[in-house]
Design a binder for this molecule. Sequence first.
Ligand code: GLA
Ligand code: ZN
Length: 680
Amino acid sequence: MNEYVFGKTLNKIIHGGDYNPEQWLDWPDVLQKDIEYMKEAGINEATLGVFSWAMYEPGEGEFHLDWLAQIIDNLYKNGIHTILATPSGARPVWLDNKYPEVMRVDANGNRNRHGGRHNHCMSSEKYREKVRIIDGKLAETVGNHPGLIMWHISNEFGGECFCDKCKTKFREYLRERFHNSIDELNHEWWTTFWSARYTDFEEIDPPYNNGQTAVMGLNLEWKRFTSRNYSDFLSVEIDAIKEHSGNAKVPITTNFMGRYYGIDYRVLAKKLDAISWDSYPAFHNDHESYQDTMMTAAFDNAVMRGMKKDKPFLLMESAPGLVNWMPFNKLKRPGVHEQFAVQTIACGSDSVQYFQMRKSRGAAEQFHGAVIDHIGTNDTRVFKEVKKTGETIRKLAEVEGSLKNNEVAIIFEWDNWWAIDGAGAFGRSTKKYDSTCRDYWVKLMEFGVEADVISTSDELNDYKLIIIPMLFMLKDNIAGKLVEFVKKGGIVLITYISGYVNENCLCYQGGFPGDGLHELLGVISEEIDTLYPSDKNGIRITYKGMDTVLEVKDYAEILRVNDAQILGTYTEDFYKDTAAITCKNYGNGKAYYQAARCSADDLSDLIRILLEEAGICIKDIPAGIEYHKRIGKNATYEFYLNLSTNSIELSNIDGINLMTGEHISGSMSLGSRGYLVLKD
Ligand code: GLA
Ligand code: ZN
C-alpha cells in the first residue's frame, strides 16, 4: 500500500532524518562510524543535501557532486535509503555577492545582506535560474539511483519579501484576481474609507510596515500572493527535477511546519506527491501538561494529514533529545521519544525522522539534539532511546500504507485565520482561531473519535458531522455547499464569529452568518459581546434530560432566533435567558449554532449531543489515554497511548499486540508513557 507515498512498497516505516556528511568529508573514520551507528539504531533512511549548495557549487558553474553519489551508494549498500533535498534553503556567498537581487527585502524596504538561510526573494529570476541549474545537476547525477526514494524541495519555506520584483508580481496577481478592474478592487477593498482609493494597479504597494496596513483586503491578498509565489517557486524546482531525471518517477515533497502562520499550505500541497512536516513540540514546558503538549502534536499531525487524506504523511524532522532554539531547551524525559514516535505513526505517519544524525561541530546548531552526540559513542541515553524506538518502528512495519476513515471533520483555513487576526474587532489577545479548532479536535478524541481537518473547498459529503469553529470569512458558494450537506442528512455545528465577511473581507449585509447561512441555522447573530478575562457568564443547557451550565469565555453573541429550537440560554448579564445554543432541523439533517465560546473543558456535553445526533459510535476512552486507529487492507490497527503519570487499566481489548506478537483479550494495565498497538 505504500505505493501511495513512495511510488513503491518499502515494507517498512521510515526511521531516519537529516544527515550532513558533507561537514565530515575529511574524516572518513567519522563517516564510517555514522554508518555503523545508524545501522545499530535501526536507521533506514538519510535525508541528504539540505544545505549543501556551497559544497556542490563552490564557485559559479563549478560543480562537485561526486561525493554525494558516493555517500548515497554507501548508504544504499548498508540498507539505508536516501531522501534528497534540493539545496535552495541556503545560498552560497558568491551567489549573493554577484546577484544581490536574490537577497530578501524586509517590510521596511531594507535589503538583507548575505547570511543565514530561508531568506531568498522567491520572485528573483536569477535565483530561480541558479536553483534550476543545481537541481538539474543533482537530478542528472543521482536522480535514477535505486537508493533514492524521495525528493525534498528546499527547506521550510517561510517569510515574505517586499522587494520591487515581488511588488511587481503582486500587482500582476491583483490584476488577475480583480479582472483587471481597479473599480472592482476599490469596491471589494472598500477603499473609499480613509481616502484609500487607487486609480491604477501600479499604485498598489505591498503592506509595508510604514505604509498602507489599514486595508483588510490588501493585507489578506498579500498573504495569499505570498503563498502563491511559494507555490510558483515550488513548481520551478519540481519541473527542474522532472526534466533532468529521465524516466525516474521519484515522488516529491517539501517539509511543512504544521500550523505555520505565513503560508496557506493547501496551495502548495496540490503540487506535492506526499505531505511531510517537521514537528517540535515544547515538551515539559511550564504552561501546560505533557498531555496537552502531546494532544497539540496530534492535532498538528491531523492538520498536515488532512491535506492528503488518501496517503500517509511523513514526519520529516523531530528532535532526538532536545532543540536549541526554544526559549528554554529542556531535555525530553525518558520514554517520551518513543511514545512521541508511536503517536506520530498512530496519527497516520509512515515515518519517524530526525533533525539530525550527528551534531555539527560548530555554527548555529552545534548544541541541537542529534542521534550521535559530540561524545561520539553509542551508549548515550539519547542514542539508546533512538535505538529502542528503531526496534519498535521495525515491529510496526506492517502498519505502512494504512489510512483512516474518519466520520467527523473540522474546518480549519489559513486565510480565515489571517482575516480574523486582521479584523479590527473582538479581543486583541483572545481571537485564538487555531487553538479553538484544536480544542474541538481534542475534545472529540476524548470520545475515541478522531476528526479530519479539512477546508470548505474539500469534499464534505464524506462526513456525518462537520464542526466549523469561527468561520469568519465565508467564501463564495460555501453557504450553499453547507446547506446541501445538511439537507442530505449531515449534522453541522457552526460557532460564533462565523459568516461575517466575504472572501475579500467585505461584511455580509442582511445578517450574520451571511450569504444565506442564517437561514440554514434559523438564527441571526445581531451583536457580539467581547468579554474581559475576568468577566463571567454561562450557558444553561436543558435538553434531553440534561441540566448543565457551560462556562462562557471571551465571546458571546446575542441572537435573533427565527425558526430554530433553543437548546441553551445565557445565565448572566443583560442578555440573560436569551438563546446561546440552537438547533434547526433542515432537510434530513440538523444545523447547530453555538453563539459563545465555552471553556474547552466544558465542550464535552455539546460534543456528546452532536455525536449522538450524527449516529457516531462513542468509545469509552479512560482519561489519560490517547486512542487512534489506522485501517489497512487486511487489518485494523488500534493505538493506545498512556499520557498520564499513572498506570491505566484498558478493558474490552482484543487483538494481537504488535510489540510481542501475543494475542490479548480482556484487559491490561498500561504504564505511564506506555503504549499498545493492537492488530484486529
Ligand atoms: C528546522 C530545520 C532544520 C533545523 C531544525 C532544528 O526544522 O528544517 O534545518 O534547523 O529546525 O530544530
Ligand atoms: Zn522579492
